[in-house]
Design a protein around this ligand. Structure first.
Ligand SMILES: Cc1cc2nc3c(=O)[nH]c(=O)nc-3n(C[C@H](O)[C@H](O)[C@H](O)COP(=O)(O)OP(=O)(O)OC[C@H]3O[C@@H](n4cnc5c(N)ncnc54)[C@H](O)[C@@H]3O)c2cc1C
Length: 391
């Protein structure tokens, strides 16, 4: 577990004081869960390339699955509390945070926002209990940043739908009981709930990943998959349906990125205080202090940005641009912090005995998915200039 067991937070400007007592309690509970139950096992799972499924019941018991949703056995927490959950989970591992994000923001959220009452009753309580797992199929082998060009089609046949196509890089894909599959229809892009055992629906895991190894990532293959009218999510038409789900998940990643940065900053700082070179602690050299100072300042700015976007979200005033800015920032700060922390650990920075190397690998996936850094830059660029530069 490296030096993660000693983690006690990173708070340079009393951000804690801006949180409510309940928010701090949620944060501390997840922090303890990560230290006690995630860090001791995560290195093994990362090595083996397996997701630690044994953590699902505890995550459910703590109310982490669909935590911001109301009703249907969900915790109904505010946006800041939910963000703090993601921050702390990613302090443990991006694979675990991804699992929780996909389950809550990309599968439960669209069912909650766009589904029928029957769909909500069927799926949300067992998903909140961790008894059913979900995934979100938007990306295709040929279309990632440009999901509007997707090839997957759903054609209406009487009162049933026939789906054909393929999805790629889908978190939780092969372990999911239900997939939210986005497909072109005569009325534009629509979302469908496809159950695991539906004939014609198969999955195949992406292997050989060097990033997010403690997470399942799969292809979804749909060959003449026939589903009833009750599989359609009635409340979403067009690309804005999946994009709104992504706004929910990206918000969590913004916090997660800062959580990852906090983990590697803390490990690098402890390491540098303990290890000596040229007769004194590494931390006493100016070059090393500069790196730690950069991380500390960027983490602090990231915490404040996330908090403000969270408070806006609680008032229903957070826009997708706010969320893009925070996702982009959280991932940038995490990526640079991982790079600096890795070098500050010397050779140990590439050993999985320490957490930094694992985060260093994980950030590459997190920086890429849910909108790459480039895409979020273009979203922000469009906002500040009024000119879209996507094509
Ligand atoms: C581990 C992992 C898990 C994932 N989980 C899911 C999931 O659960 N569900 C899901 O649907 N997807 C998932 N994804 C897919 C992810 O969202 C996509 O990989 C991502 O959106 C980027 O798409 P792409 O890989 O096709 O890259 P591309 O779109 O091919 O982009 C390649 C490069 O070109 C750049 N680029 C693209 N367009 C532009 C432009 N207009 N201007 C400038 N630069 C541009 C990109 O920034 C990138 O650097 C996952 C990916 C990974 C790695």
């Amino acid at each position: 577990m490296g030096l993660g067991e000693f983690f006690s937070g990173v708070d340079l400007v009393e951000v804690d004081g801006l949180l409510t007592e309940d928010e701090r309690m949620v944060r501390d509970t997840v922090r303890e869960f990560v230290t006690a139950e995630v860090l001791p096992i995560i290195e093994h799972h990362f090595r083996e390339g397996t997701f630690p499924t044994q953590l699902i019941p505890k995550a459910a018991e703590l109310g982490l699955l669909g935590a911001s949703l109301h009703g249907y056995e969900c915790a109904g927490l505010g946006a800041v509390a939910n963000g703090l959950i993601m921050q702390e989970l990613e302090r443990g591992d991006s694979g675990l945070r991804s699992f929780v994000s996909v389950q809550g923001s990309l599968c439960m959220w669209p069912i909650h926002a766009y589904g029928t009452e029957a769909q909500k009753q069927t799926w949300l309580p067992p998903m909140a209990r961790g008894e059913k797992i979900g995934c979100f199929g938007l990306t295709e082998p040929d279309y990632g940043s440009d999901p509007g060009a997707m090839i997957t089609r759903a054609v209406k046949k009487g009162d049933r739908w026939i789906l054909n196509g393929a999805k790629a890089w889908i978190t939780n894909g092969s372990v999911a009981d239900v997939a939210v599959v986005w497909a072109q229809t005569a009325d534009g892009i629509r979302g469908f709930l496809v159950e695991k055992d539906t004939p014609g629906y198969t999955t195949r895991d992406h292997t050989g990943k060097f990033s997010l190894r403690a997470s399942v990532t799969s292809e979804l293959i749909l060959q003449d998959v026939e589903v009833g009218a009750d599989a359609l999510l009635p409340g979403a038409t067009g690309l804005k349906g999946p994009l709104a789900c992504l706004t929910q998940a990206r918000y969590g990643i913004a916090w997660g990125g800062i959580g990852m940065a906090m983990a590697v900053f803390d490990e690098a700082r402890r390491y540098q205080l303990e290890r000596k070179a040229f007769g004194k602690p590494l931390a006493s050299f100016q070059l090393q202090q500069r790196k730690l100072a950069w991380m500390a300042a960027e983490i602090t700015k990231g915490q404040l940005l996330n908090l403000q976007v969270g408070r806006l979200k609680e008032k229903d005033r957070a826009t997708f641009v706010h969320v893009s800015m925070a996702k982009r920032n959280g991932c940038h700060v995490a990526r640079e912090s991982c790079r600096l922390a890795r070098e500050m650990l010397g050779a140990n920075g590439i050993a999985d005995e320490y957490q930094t190397g694992r985060h260093f690998c994980n950030i590459e996936a997190v920086y890429t998915y849910e909108g790459t850094d480039d895409i979020h830059t273009l979203i922000l660029g469009q906002h500040v200039t009024g000119i879209a530069a996507f094509e």
